[in-house]
Design a protein around this ligand. Structure first.
Ligand SMILES: O=C(O)C1=C[C@@H](OP(=O)(O)O)[C@@H](O)[C@H](O)C1
Ligand SMILES: C=C(OP(=O)(O)O)C(=O)O
Length: 445
């Protein structure tokens, strides 16, 4: 472990700076992780589009999912706090209703809200205005806007191809075949498929362009559509490459239990790796489309070991971390946490396939480079990723740029480097509101 730099004057009293706890020894903890953002927000959209009420059990309650629930509410759907249909387990009860406008939807900086709801709004019977955080104006949306127009929707975006915009819902959408370039976000494809069953002709989405990122998230969309009764053709299992089809049909209301968010399990697993300790995540699914499941392979290659038992996933570290050369294109949202671990390794790492992270919550490649180097690291950006050469790090302020995964990446570094202070740790509320409490509880501090 690296001592704090003598030049560093110790933690400041700035309330916006969170002193990241330093781990004096190996962690040994069981950490229950709240539900998946991606599953919760798909479940909400599908339940709102269904022909009958449904339940979403163990939903994630975070900024992104509360924005999704509110967006659906203003479009007419009832999202009620309650218990599951058998009287057990906390759940949201979703009662679909005719989608209506005028309405105004705040997307915050949630990719899932800004991309999944405009197709839903096209089914409403009036104008729906979309706006969000300043960063939401910079995140790509052209794939959704152009596709919806091609499928028959009227959208006023002032020619920007981005937020803010108004979808002039016409009470329904013709649908049909559409070509999009989804190389900047897989969420374009997911967005069109999720609403596609409700279009008159269904939808056929043909991706044309560069590499499509985050394929597991598209598989999640397809699996969840099938679970509510949609008929989906997809490239896997013999379909045409880069083509997805959803047939027009009614969707069933279901009782769906949300899996723990495996991407939010990442910092806790990383804590086992970095401190040579042991962390168990209960309810780790045996089979899942969540990209976080890849952490079993990636963190094992970086020096740990994992075991999936009835108790959950137990991940054990040795305290020695190895560098890794890995393509993260399918699992881009894991990059900040992997970069933090890689900065503490005993050999260099190359993270590839993630150019599209420049358009995430912040430019994650620039942010990780600036902040790890700000602690004395040696990170360089490549055309599609990062080169990380570990060096002894020192304490200092780790800025987060309104990015929840920057905050958790900084916390991972703080385990091994004294006097790291995270700016605006509250930004973790996007997907994990109690992160600071969970982190200190894991460490027993
Ligand atoms: O569909 C989803 O739930 C997501 C898809 C991915 O988006 P991109 O394909 O834009 O990276 C991922 O990074 C994001 O965190 C969640
Ligand atoms: C990229 C992410 O989020 P979003 O859904 O806003 O795209 C993320 O959570 O890492």
């Amino acid at each position: 472990m690296t001592a704090a730099s003598p030049a560093h004057s110790g933690p400041s009293a700035d309330p916006d700076l969170w002193p990241a706890p330093y781990a004096a020894g190996p962690v040994d903890a069981t950490v229950t992780v709240p539900g998946s953002k991606s599953v919760t927000n798909r479940a909400l959209v599908l339940a709102a589009l269904a022909a009958e009420p449904g339940w979403v059990r163990r939903p994630l309650r975070s900024r992104d999912t509360l924005l999704m629930a509110e967006g659906l509410r203003v479009l007419g759907t009832a999202v009620e706090e309650g218990v599951g249909p058998d009287g057990t387990g906390e759940a949201w009860r979703i009662v679909p209703a005719p989608l209506r406008g005028p309405a105004a939807v705040d997307v915050g900086n949630a990719g899932t809200v800004m991309r999944f709801l405009p197709p839903v709004a096209a089914l409403a019977d009036g104008p729906v205005r979309f706006d969000g955080d300043p960063r939401s104006h910079e995140r790509p949306l052209h794939g959704v806007i152009d596709a919806l127009r091609a499928l028959g929707a009227r959208i006023d975006d002032g020619g920007r191809g981005a937020l803010p915009l108004t979808v002039h819902g016409g009470g329904g959408l013709e649908g049909g075949t559409v070509e999009i370039d989804a190389s900047s976000s897989s969420q374009f494809v997911s967005a069109l498929l999720l609403s596609g069953a409700r279009f008159n002709q269904g939808v056929e989405v043909r991706h044309v362009g560069g590499r499509l990122p985050s394929m597991p998230h598209i598989r999640m969309t397809v699996d969840m559509l099938r679970a509510v009764g949609a008929q989906v053709d997809e490239p896997e299992h013999g379909g045409e490459p880069d083509v997805w089809r959803v047939a027009p049909s009614a969707l069933r209301g279901r009782d769906l239990v949300v899996e723990p968010d495996l991407s939010n399990a990442q910092p806790f697993l990383a804590a086992a790796l970095v401190t040579g300790g042991r962390v168990t995540i209960p309810d780790w699914p045996a089979r899942t489309t969540q990209p976080g499941d890849e952490l079993r392979r990636i963190f094992t290659e970086m020096g740990g070991a994992c075991e999936l038992t009835d108790a959950g996933l137990t991940f054990t570290g040795t305290g020695r971390i190895h560098g890794i050369d890995v393509d993260l294109g399918e699992v881009g949202e894991l990059t900040p946490g992997i970069a933090a671990v890689a900065a503490l390794a005993d050999s260099p790492s190359t993270l590839r396939g993630v150019a599209h992270l420049r358009l995430h919550e912040t430019d994650r490649l620039a942010a990780l480079t600036a902040e790890i180097n700000g602690l004395g690291g040696d990170v360089t950006e490549t055309a599609d990723g990062l080169l990380i050469r570990p060096r002894p790090l020192r304490g200092g302020v780790f800025r987060t740029y309104h990015d929840h995964r920057m905050a958790t990446a900084g916390a991972i570094l703080g385990l091994a480097v004294k006097d790291v202070e995270i700016e605006d740790v509250a930004t973790t509320a996007k997907t994990l509101p109690d992160f600071p409490g969970m982190w200190t509880e894991m460490l027993g501090v």
